[in-house]
Design a protein around this ligand. Structure first.
Ligand code: HEM
Length: 504
């Protein structure tokens, strides 16, 4: 290189450094009333909160809980090297503002970049038109008629199979696996018309990929670490994607058969369940021309519906084993329903007698579990433009907002002094179920992106919980507090091993 070239290179380098310095000095920063925000405990010079984020997720959640206890509703600063500046929010007013301004607070590149490999353009990751068509397909899948088939046909069928497994079980059984099997079969059949099981290759790979994706949110150096340790993740994602393509191929095949039926060549009697099976994937195929996006959408729905509900049931039974008085009250409520329906001498349980409207106590138990163990334990959004929260916090474009449901839903300011205790009665008033605003109890999210499957989850819980409680006595075999393993949701680490005794 000539001397002129070297000089030019030197000038260019100098220019870049000056430009970067200027950019840094003129960059807007997060502020409230013109002041920087307070920092959470254990914030270190240079690395900020980076170390907190690198530790095990249960410890991270404990740290979020500590922040909530120290700061109440105050918004505090979060800093992690290499990441955009962020805040940790606690105030329900701020959350309400986020829910109402979905266009400003989106998943952004921060979330999408990390979950792209697993979810691609699936609904959880999508914005704009992609989101709209998937939401519409989901709404038509979760319509009232389909929910009735779920309650009256599909769930009783799969629940019955699990009851039989438990009746014949000897030794220790993993209840998490039992619940996961119910929700996997349900979603597989109703959404995709496919037979799926909790221990098939796809489910295992999805589980691993979900854990590795969640780790990306805690490890800012994930693009580098995955170069060395990401082999298994890549293999699992390949299995998952392959399965997504199988779902689509099978749905296209179902269409051909359906068309032949309509042409009158193969008319058969169909059960109610068969009639609606695969209705989600068929709606997605109708709405989206690209089959890869259909596959992404299908997989995202599966994660949203299956894992969350199965895990919520697992935490429910974990808590029920600790609170026998709550079990007795669920049994009383179930007995009351049997009397009302004149089913006191029934030898088997008819699960259709349990509905959210007739089982307020059971619903209160389910809500209380969701409060303490939210299946989606934390959320992240990114500002698409400069914004100011109702508490006055100014957030420049690209800032990241974090809220930890597991901590927020234990706030004494919102839930009273007994916030950390399991007390289903807090959701009841004169024996009736009371609802909380989405900003105080964000377990199903809020605003235009509220969870689509809330009713489905409730319909499943209100049948499974009293049925299992009436038929069986469960005894935990592991002492101590259970924790969740790393995941996008809240699976119990090591499952929920129990001993089962048949009551009747
Ligand atoms: C106890 C069970 C459940 C809980 C706690 C739960 C919670 C949530 C939460 C917090 C979100 C927002 C996630 C985000 O965008 O970051 C969400 C979204 C969603 N949930 Fe659920 N969910 C549950 C069950 C279900 C079920 C059974 C389905 C049925 C398929 C479902 C379908 C969805 C869908 C499609 C979205 C995306 C909505 C959108 O972005 O417009 N969920 N859920």
């Amino acid at each position: 290189m000539g001397i002129v070239d070297s000089k030019a290179a030197l000038y260019a380098l100098g220019f870049v450094i000056v430009a970067l310095l200027l950019r840094a000095s003129t960059r807007k920063s997060i502020r409230r009333n013109g002041q920087p925000l307070r920092k959470p405990p254990n914030t270190l010079p240079l690395v900020g909160n980076g170390i907190q984020f690198l530790q095990d997720r249960w410890k991270l959640f404990a740290w979020f809980d500590k922040c909530q206890r120290i700061f109440g509703y105050e918004t505090v600063a979060l800093t992690v090297p290499t990441l955009p500046p962020g805040v940790l929010i606690h105030d329900p007013r701020n959350l309400e503002f986020v829910f109402k301004n979905e266009g400003i607070f989106t998943k952004g590149n921060f979330v999408k970049g990390r979950s792209w490999d697993l979810f691609g353009n699936g609904i959880i990751n999508a914005d704009g038109e992609f989101w709209k068509v998937q939401r519409k397909a989901g709404l038509s899948f979760l319509n009232t008629a389909n929910l009735r088939v779920l309650t009256e046909v599909a769930l009783p069928q799969y629940l019955h199979e699990s009851i039989n497994d438990l009746r014949s079980a000897t030794g220790v059984v993993d209840l998490q696996h039992i619940f996961h099997e119910i929700t996997t079969q349900l979603m597989g059949k109703m959404a995709y018309n496919m037979e799926m099981h909790a221990d098939d290759d796809f489910s295992q790979s999805f589980d691993y990929a979900s854990g590795a994706t969640a780790e990306r949110f805690q490890n800012p150096l994930w693009p580098i670490t995955e170069m060395f340790f990401g082999m298994k993740f890549r293999k699992c994602v390949a299995v998952v994607k392959n399965f997504g393509r199988r779902i689509v191929t099978s749905a296209v095949h179902d269409r051909q058969i359906q068309k032949e039926r309509e042409d009158g060549t193969a008319v058969e009697e169909e059960s109610k369940l068969d009639q609606i099976s695969g209705s989600l994937i068929q709606s997605l195929l109708d709405a989206i021309p690209d089959e890869q996006t259909v596959a992404d959408a299908a997989l995202t729905y599966l994660s949203a519906g299956r894992d969350t509900t199965g895990q919520a049931l697992t935490w429910t039974f974990y808590l029920l084993m600790k609170y026998p008085s709550v079990v007795s009250k669920i049994r009383q409520e179930a007995q009351h329903r049997f009397q009302e329906k004149d089913l006191t001498n029934a030898t088997s349980i008819d699960p259709t007698v349990f509905t959210p409207a007739t089982m307020p106590y059971t619903m209160a138990v389910f809500y209380e579990v969701l409060r303490l163990y939210p299946p989606i334990p934390f959320e992240i959004r990114q500002c698409m433009q400069d914004a100011s929260l109702p508490d006055g916090t100014f957030l420049p474009k690209d800032s990241v907002l974090v809220w930890c449901l597991l901590a927020m839903q234990r706030s004494r300011l919102t839930w009273g002094d007994d916030a950390s205790e399991f007390n289903p009665e807090r959701f009841l008033e004169d024996g009736k179920l009371i609802s909380k605003s989405a900003s105080e109890f964000p377990v199903f999210y809020g605003g235009s992106r509220t969870c689509l499957g809330k009713k489905m989850a409730e319909a499943i819980a209100v049948q499974v919980i009293p049925t299992m409680v009436e038929l069986f006595e469960f005894e935990g075999v592991e002492e101590g507090e259970r924790r969740s393993k790393t995941s996008l949701t809240l699976p119990m680490e090591g499952g929920l091993p129990v001993r089962v005794r048949v009551r009747r």
